[in-house]
Design a protein around this ligand. Sequence first.
Ligand code: SAM
Length: 317
Amino acid sequence: MMDLQDKYGRDFKTLRVSLVSTCNLGCVYCTMGTEEEIVVDKKPQVAASVFLDHIAKLHTQLGLETIRFTGGEPLLYRELPAVIEGVKAMGIEDIKMTSNAFLLDRMAPALKEAGLQYINVSLDAMDDDSFFAMTRRKQLQRTLKGIETALACGLEIKINAVMMKGRNHNQVLPLLDFAFKHNIKIRFLEVMAMGHLFGHADEYKLSQEEILAIIATKYSFTKLERKTSSTANYWQTDNGYVFGIIANDTEPFCSDCNRLRLDAKGNIYGCLSTNEAIALSGNETEGELQQKLRMAMAQKQDVQFKGSEMSMLRIGG
Ligand code: SAM
């Protein structure tokens, strides 16, 4: 195994795999909503064997501990159970997914059976109008049903909610109450300057401080100690519930980031702040692969995410 660490002692133990680069929702932080991006994926998909080959080679070099499947929308990837089974067979400990849960109701049992353990569900609103303002789909109930079925299957769920002024800023407390009621951990995200928001995300940003001020109108809470490489800060309310905030901008967490990304074209990226794809052919010698991993390592930011013109739709959240 390769001793790949930068001057801050950062390594890559988590791989995020973007299985498809299209989605069935049109979330306003990802996309302007062109049809090419948000129709159900009709393009040929990359075979599970290709993803598994890349993942196995990266695992040999890095000793991966966590794989997170993402997209686009990973539930649109037809061979998802097979790819999960393949990763499980490699002995990688944690198998996770980030999904909008739109198709989760019917897929949760097969995914659990294949070896999936954790799902981060993106849910940005608890009322139909705000859900539409964020996703451009009227499908809140379907998302909630997906969450319910996944919980019943024994999958562990967290909710991720991107907060945007003028879109869903009034949804902090409804989302928090829903999560507390169902005993689900929730994290609120500051919106990031990616894709079409590059250069003007601040117009929409609800900061960590502003989110905490809203929560403080209803709950008292204390901050918990942050775990190494965690993307979120966590707080516990006086009545025992935990919530988090992913403060990309106001309390950045790049300094102990341990993430590497693989997209659906076989490119790796060491950081969300870059557009520079490092293409894997699958035929690299060990030395060539190590060289590419060093290039990815060099993309990492020291302290703070700088923004990028590439949408997360392409590279995965
Ligand atoms: N389709 C899946 C989903 O909705 O969870 C997975 C991919 S989507 C890109 C994953 C998540 O990335 C989004 O739900 C959102 O939480 C996050 N995301 C995307 N663009 C973002 C942005 N500009 N700022 C903050 N978070 C963003």
